[in-house]
Design a binder for this molecule. Structure first.
Ligand code: HEC
Ligand code: HEC
Ligand code: HEC
Ligand code: HEC
Length: 156
């Protein structure tokens, strides 16, 4: 029995970083003295995935996120089935607040998610919504598609 608890303890210690990457310890994602990528990232970005919208290999921030969300850690995201990222939005189709784009004007994972542990909202989204009113979040950029008179969320 004691051996069993010892095993559980060891496994908990080994697996802990895998289950708590967006936590307050920062070290799941950042490594200050042994960085694998810019922004002192602790993990190697996955640059092997083709972005279906650009037909090019992903780079920058999507590649960092996919370094884990490619199935290595956390919920797996399939780029082939994901909302567009990694491109400049077409202003005729969608209105994106420029503060949500990267410095070079690219729409990224962080245009929708603020993945830092300081964000306590549902799925780290930038607007405080629940699965029941997710449409409110969509209206942040797709206001023309929303139900008549439905509110447009603000980013404060
Ligand atoms: C889930 C992964 C993750 C965690 C956890 C995380 N970061 Fe980050 N952090 C990133 C990524 C990815 C970037 C690059 C942002 C970009 O592409 O603009 C970044 C960028 C930064 C930057 C530089 C850019 C900026 O926005 O100022 C700072 C500073 C930073 N993180 C601090 C922290 C601190 C402090 C913590 C812990 C409290 C933390 N991070 C936890 C992923 C993470
Ligand atoms: C070092 C690995 C790692 C990196 C890098 C990383 N994540 Fe995660 N992510 C995880 C893990 C593990 C979980 C599940 C546990 C948790 O929420 O911390 C997760 C969970 C999530 C969730 C779901 C949260 C929930 O409430 O269910 C979202 C959204 C997310 N990540 C977005 C991102 C985005 C966007 C990036 C890139 C900016 C990113 N992650 C980078 C490991 C990572
Ligand atoms: C257009 C906005 C948008 C963009 C861009 C976006 N996401 Fe999300 N993401 C969402 C929403 C909304 C949810 C919650 C969906 C739900 O609960 O039905 C979500 C959920 C997630 C989850 C949790 C999935 C789960 O099973 O719980 C992860 C992980 C995640 N996103 C990662 C990413 C990564 C990595 C990228 C960039 C490659 C990205 N997201 C780009 C809007 C976005
Ligand atoms: C932060 C801004 C933002 C949010 C929030 C957002 N989108 Fe988008 N959406 C975009 C951008 C940018 C595009 C790409 C437009 C282009 O083609 O240039 C897009 C494109 C789309 C497309 C067309 C995809 C394709 O293959 O051409 C659909 C459908 C869509 N979004 C649905 C949603 C839904 C549903 C939500 C809410 C769950 C949502 N979006 C939230 C910015 C956003």
């Amino acid at each position: 029995m004691q051996k069993f608890f010892f095993l559980v303890m060891v496994l908990t210690l080994i697996l802990k970083p895998v289950f708590a990457q967006h936590d307050e310890n920062c070290s799941g994602c950042h490594n200050l003295h042994d960085a694998k990528a810019p922004f002192s990232m602790a993990i190697k970005p996955d640059t092997t995935i083709i972005n279906p919208y650009t037909k090019e290999k992903i780079s920058g921030q999507s590649a960092i996120c996919m370094g884990c969300h490619n199935g290595s850690a956390g919920p797996e995201i399939d780029m082939k089935k994901t909302h567009p990222v990694g491109m400049k939005p077409n202003p005729d189709k969608v209105k994106v607040d420029t503060t949500l784009l990267t410095k070079t004007g690219i729409f990224e994972c962080s245009s929708c998610h603020d993945f830092h542990p300081s964000n306590t909202k549902y799925k780290y989204l930038r607007v405080d919504v629940k699965p029941e009113n997710l449409g409110l979040f969509c209206a942040l950029c797709h206001a023309s598609k929303r139900q008549k008179n439905a509110p447009i969320p603000s980013l404060e």
